[in-house]
Design a protein around this ligand. Structure first.
Ligand code: APR
Length: 320
């Protein structure tokens, strides 16, 4: 049986890391696409040359021609520009919206049956725009944010509690930005919810609040440290978890930016929610009951994303 074909649109920091992970995990063959001639070819060859030592079997091709992504099973989109220190994700909107137009058209023309995972920021607005430009079914286009945000949350919690990250689960809702909603009562250590762990004296409410805030600011913390780009190892690893669930029909329950119609009081909108990812793409949106406070935080986050979508429509009239 032929190996799955995985197209990576954007061969920068995240794109290169994605290609390496796909190869190491032997998830399929890779096509790295970028407009910067030489970069995708160079990265593809470098990773292919790691194969014998890996060892792994994967074919890698770098290209500047969309025709090479033809028939891809999965497309992961990182094309665009990342943040610089002092910039918010929203500052990227104008430039990256134009990039989404060309990428959406390239995918529609060459890989219309692919499962598409967008990583380009500002995430929730870009995944909406990419879906609009590509015209692909909503369940086949989603955005990677929740897996990363909850991974950051889990990392901080595991460090605080001095337990394995594997035993920490976390739940994050809403847009990928300052308004994201980490849900502490659905976040656990081996099934014990965080509020109970506070009661048990494992930590304090103040420390929990600080961890929630650090999670919200997680991307900016890395941007500040790197000084010349944004996070790439954790974002790439998170997107691979989603791609693997699709390719292997694992039906993992993963938070991601998905099209929500009917749940959470939304009527056709992309925002971060828990989903089930399987061979059908986003097979289900898990509609949990929110408390009044949580719903208010979620609504605030949705409003922030709505503002960005409105800005997209103002920039590009074809989206209105
Ligand atoms: N088509 C294809 N590739 C493009 C296009 C385009 N129209 N425009 C830019 N690119 C490429 C760049 O040439 C570059 O190689 O996208 C790549 C982006 O790589 P980096 O600058 O290294 O950015 P990266 O850290 O990978 O982040 C990419 O993901 O998390 C988000 O905020 C981040 O929006 C940013 C994106």
């Amino acid at each position: 049986m032929a190996r799955p074909k995985i197209a990576l649109i954007g061969a920068g920091q995240i794109g290169g890391t994605l290609a390496h992970l796909v190869a190491l995990k032997e998830l399929g063959d890779v096509v790295l696409f970028d407009i910067a001639d030489g970069t995708p070819q160079g990265k593809a060859l470098d990773i292919a040359e790691a194969g014998p030592a890996g060892p792994f079997d994967a074919t890698l091709k770098g290209t500047t021609d969309y025709a090479d992504i033809a028939g891809a099973d999965v497309c992961i989109v990182t094309a665009g520009v990342p943040r610089k220190p002092g910039m918010s994700r929203d500052d990227l909107l104008g430039i990256n919206l134009k990039v989404m137009k060309s990428v959406g058209e390239g995918i529609a023309a060459n890989a219309p049956n692919a499962f598409v995972i967008c990583i380009t920021n500002p995430l929730d607005a870009m995944v909406w725009a990419l879906r609009e430009f590509s015209g692909l079914p909503h369940e086949k286009v989603c955005g990677m944010a929740g897996v990363l945000d909850s991974a950051r949350f889990r990392h901080f919690l595991a460090t605080e509690f001095e337990v394995s990250m594997k035993d920490v689960t976390a739940f994050v809702l809403g847009g990928h930005g300052d308004t994201m909603v980490p849900l502490t009562r659905y976040s656990t250590v081996a099934g014990i919810p965080l509020p109970d762990l506070v009661d048990m004296g494992w930590t304090t409410q103040e420390k929990m609040d600080a961890i929630v805030q650090r999670t919200r600011d997680g991307g900016a913390e890395i941007v500040g440290l790197l000084g010349n780009g944004s996070a790439f190892y954790a974002p790439a690893t998170s997107a691979i978890e989603m791609a693997e669930s699709y390719l292997k029909d694992q039906k993992r329950v993963l938070p991601c930016a998905a099209y929500v119609e009917g749940a959470y009081g939304l009527d056709g909108f992309y925002v971060g929610v828990p989903t089930v990812i399987g061979k059908g793409g986003i097979e289900r949106v898990v509609n949990i009951k929110l408390s009044k406070d949580e719903q208010a935080m979620f609504d605030k986050s949705v409003d922030a994303v709505k503002g960005l979508v409105k800005a997209c429509k103002e920039i590009d009239g074809s989206l209105a």
